[in-house]
Design a protein around this ligand. Sequence first.
Ligand code: FO1
Length: 318
Amino acid sequence: MTMPAGPVLALSGGVGGAKLCLGLSDCLPAGRLHIACNTGDDFQHLGLTICPDIDTVLYTLSGRSNVAQGWGLAGETWQVMEALQGLGGDTWFRLGDRDLATHLWRAGELARGATLSAVTAALAGRLGVSVRVYPMSDEAVRTRVRCDQGELAFQEYFVREQCRPQVEGFYFDGIGSALLQPDLAELCRDPALAGVIICPSNPFVSVDPILQLDNFWQTLRQSQVPVVAVAPIVAGQALKGPAAKMMAELGLPVTALGVAEHYAAGYPGLITTFVIDGSDAALSASIAALGMEVKVMPTIMRERADKQALAAACLELL
Ligand code: FO1
């Protein structure tokens, strides 16, 4: 297996992205992997700053994630939520007792004036994660969902309304003034940067906020590093979450081609290689016609070995 010599940057949302990040961290030597996490899903709740994608990535990399549930920590208990319910508090967004410790610690650090980057780096250290994990920005960017019910904050749409509303579009509140996290900006200027891997995360609410922030995608395109994107849609279905439902409601074809078209239209010339699953091989020619190289390989990551195999194959493309 040929490994890129320089640092590698992965762009990640929650579960699907975290799985590939785990594979990448297994394949790359220490210190080589950097992960930019979407923070568009973040919100303030119960007086706490909730960062679902950062926490999913950190919990996954540290072997603590609750795989069955898809978020939070394994072996969780719910006493605080039960007590909160008894007080008539807001319990639609569930924070387990151990996960609450993460949030209380983060709240304390933020209240002392630490940046989200510094808090994330410290949390990674305390969880034993040596991979560099960054929020996409230290400034707040909040995904808003335009839907048949009007406009909802992302977690209201995703958790409270269970993704039931019909989606009409998204916007990222604060994106006009937020800056790319400083270490990520420096990484983009590093001539040794071997390439970027766009994880199989939701294109609309996980990847778009990262790429659109502070003209990040244009900076990446100008740097001419290889950019490999892994399709999050396999055989017309989302690997996880509401991506397929969103695509259907936005009138887009619910296929890996639809995802490639979304990236090609929004970020022309950015993606050098688009990775699709073997079951979608018939889409190869149409995707290649968008100006991307297409690689067909197994992309469903059930076991650790699947994550490592997909990660190794992506790294070979850089
Ligand atoms: N998802 C749910 O479906 N229900 C929850 O109550 C919930 C709580 C929660 C708490 C902390 C956290 O980091 C994530 C949590 N999630 C929950 C998942 C989260 O809404 C999603 O993972 C994303 O924002 C989409 O990637």
